[in-house]
Every structure is written in structure tokens, then in C-alpha cells.
Design a protein around this ligand. Structure first.
Ligand code: PSU
Ligand code: MN
Length: 315
């Protein structure tokens, strides 16, 4: 339950506050992808482009980060620059939120961290790149992203291009099923694999129409079935990488992580950085295309959700 006490930690930007007051749809965006997922200055440029795209489509973007002991919902240009440029930005998942807020440090929120803050701000739709998941080798390491537990309990719809094959995608989908998290897909039947379109695993349900996606999500929450919904959409064909290329480089990055003894929250950023380097930055162009496409899908969902009444559909 969201309490006034929890909400007292929020600082909403003027455009976000105006959208909330006018009842205009909002789309949350994460900051870990800016601080830890892409190099400067492409990260900040992409963040601006994604925000513009959402605004032009009729919703208000709300990039979320922790600055000076406050949860910022919507960032100014200077704040985006700070998060994108500083090398002192903590990666903030659920367990890191209190420490970073209490110390007043800079924090970039992961999928889990962003979901928590979006829910506090009453934002139902959140666009990211790829979700975290069950890591390959998790049966020994227990390395399962806190994103999955958050999806199980926090009621936010998360639009993504599936999950990267640095993860065990099959086990990730099993985990989501166990925890009652619906995995929707659009544009294809299968769950996406981030750099490539097809993970080889089916999503629970394909819903291409934003109105149908919105009705599904509203029905879940109307029923009191708390927790998130994953909406997977594949990387656009023109920007997709081939399975052979990305699979070999993923394996190399995983081997390097093992050899270096990388563990805990450092694993995902290490793998993302190595893959960017190993592809000579080509994966960066793919990353940018993915986030923009996800934003297009997310904004259509946010607009559709604004039109779906709560309660039994009269249709
Ligand atoms: N996977 C991606 N891109 C990302 C991340 C994951 O393809 O940017 C980031 C997201 O912020 C995600 C986080 O929530 O990494 C997951 O980290 P961990 O595995 O430590 O939970
Ligand atoms: Mn982990």
C-alpha cells in the first residue's frame, strides 16, 4: 500500500506534476540504463530522444533517479546530465533504496527500483530496455535479479525487448510463471531476446492491440491480483543482430566474468559493458533502437490504459 509517508520522499518535476494534475498519462523511465547501460554522451542524448518521443505521442515521460536524498520523478536537463556523466552513481535496486536515499547519494534505479518509485508516484506504465532475470548458472550461484520479485509484487506494466541471452531466458520465464507474472508479447508470439527478436520461448499471450493490452492489465489489477505485467516487443528488424554473433560474444563475456570472479550486483553491468566493447559499439546502436521502439509501444499502452474504465467491462 502506498502511504503519504512514502510519498513524502518524492520530488516531481514541474511537467510531471502538471501532467498528474491534468490527468494526462505518464510513462516512467529507468536511469540505470542511462548511468550503467550506455556510455556518455549517447546515454544522455538517447534519454532526451526517448523523452521527446513520449511527449510527442501525447504522454509525459518521467525518468526516475535518486538525487540529494529525494526520489526524483522526472528529471531536468541538468539532472539527466548529472546521472549520465557522474561516475559516482549507485545502482539502485529494492535493497539499495534506503541506503542511497538516507546518505543523499546519487542513485540510478534498476527495473526493480524504478517500479517501486513509479508505483509510489501512481505511474502504471514503465518503459525499459531489457529486464533482469535468472542468470545462467543460477542453480549454483542463486543469482536471480530482484527485478523478478518486484514484478511479482508491484503493480506496474513493464515494456521491454524481452531479456538478454546473458540470462537463462527459459528459467526466467519459469520464475515469472511461478510468481504469477503474466508475460505478454506484441508483434510476434515469442518472448524477445533483446538483441535478437526471438528467444525461442513463447509468451503467455500475444496482444498486439494497445486497447486489448490495457483491458488485460486493468482486469488483472481490478481483481486485486497485485504485481506487474511484462510486455515484450522485439527489436526492430533493421536494428536486430544475428543470433550467431551475439551468442559467441555473450559466451565470451560470461567466461570473462567467471574468470574475474565477478559476483553480485556487479555481474549485469559487467556483462553489458563487455558486450558493448566486444561488438565495437555496434550493440549500442541496437540498444538505442530498442529503447526507442519500446517507448513507442509503451506510450500507446499508457494512452490506452487512460481510456479503460476500472470495474467490469461493459463491452
Ligand atoms: N538488462 C539489460 N539492460 C539493462 C539491465 C539489465 O538488458 O540495463 C539493467 C536494468 O536496470 C535491470 C538491471 O533492472 O540491470 C538488473 O540488474 P541485476 O541483474 O543486478 O538485478
Ligand atoms: Mn544479480
Amino acid at each position: 500500500m502506498v502511504t503519504d509517508l512514502a510519498r513524502s520522499w518524492l520530488t516531481c518535476s514541474a511537467p510531471v506534476a502538471a501532467a498528474q494534475a491534468a490527468g494526462r498519462p505518464l510513462v516512467a523511465l529507468e536511469s540505470s540504463i542511462i548511468a550503467h547501460g550506455m556510455p556518455y554522451p549517447e546515454n544522455v542524448r538517447t534519454a532526451h530522444e526517448v523523452e521527446s518521443l513520449i511527449r510527442d505521442a501525447g504522454a509525459e515521460p518521467a525518468t526516475i533517479a535518486l538525487i540529494g536524498g529525494r526520489i526524483h520523478i522526472g528529471l531536468s536537463n541538468d539532472e539527466l546530465e548529472l546521472i549520465g556523466r557522474s561516475d559516482r552513481v549507485h545502482k539502485v535496486s529494492r535493497r539499495d533504496l534506503p541506503a542511497t536515499l538516507a546518505s543523499g547519494g546519487l542513485g540510478a534505479t534498476t527495473v526493480a527500483g524504478t517500479m517501486i518509485c513509479a508505483a509510489l508516484a501512481g505511474i502504471e506504465v514503465f518503459v525499459t530496455g531489457g529486464i533482469g532475470g535468472v542468470h545462467r548458472g543460477a542453480p549454483e550461484t542463486f543469482d536471480i535479479s530482484a527485478d523478478l520479485q518486484e514484478l511479482a509484487k508491484t503493480s506496474v506494466a513493464v515494456i521491454c525487448a524481452g531479456a538478454k541471452s546473458i540470462l537463462d531466458i527459459g528459467l526466467t520465464l519459469e520464475y515469472l510463471e511461478t510468481h504469477g507474472v503474466p508475460v505478454l508479447s506484441c508483434e510476434q508470439d515469442n518472448f524477445a531476446a533483446y538483441y535478437t527478436r526471438d528467444s525461442g520461448f513463447r509468451a503467455d499471450l500475444r496482444l498486439d492491440d494497445p486497447a486489448a493490452q490495457a483491458r488485460f492489465i486493468r482486469t488483472k489489477w481490478d481483481l486485486g491480483l497485485e504485481g506487474g505485467v511484462v510486455l515484450s516487443t522485439p527489436v526492430p528488424v533493421a536494428a536486430a543482430m544475428t543470433f550467431e554473433e551475439i551468442d559467441a560474444l555473450t559466451q565470451q563475456a560470461l567466461d570473462e566474468a567467471t574468470a574475474k570472479g565477478i559476483t553480485g550486483k556487479a555481474v549485469t553491468p559487467f556483462l553489458l559493458e563487455r558486450i558493448t566493447a566486444l561488438t565495437d559499439g555496434r550493440s549500442l546502436a541496437t540498444n538505442i533502437a530498442i529503447v526507442k521502439h519500446n517507448a513507442e509501444v509503451g506510450v500507446r499502452l499508457a494512452l490506452a490504459l487512460a481510456h479503460v474504465e476500472r470495474g467490469t467491462s461493459a463491452a
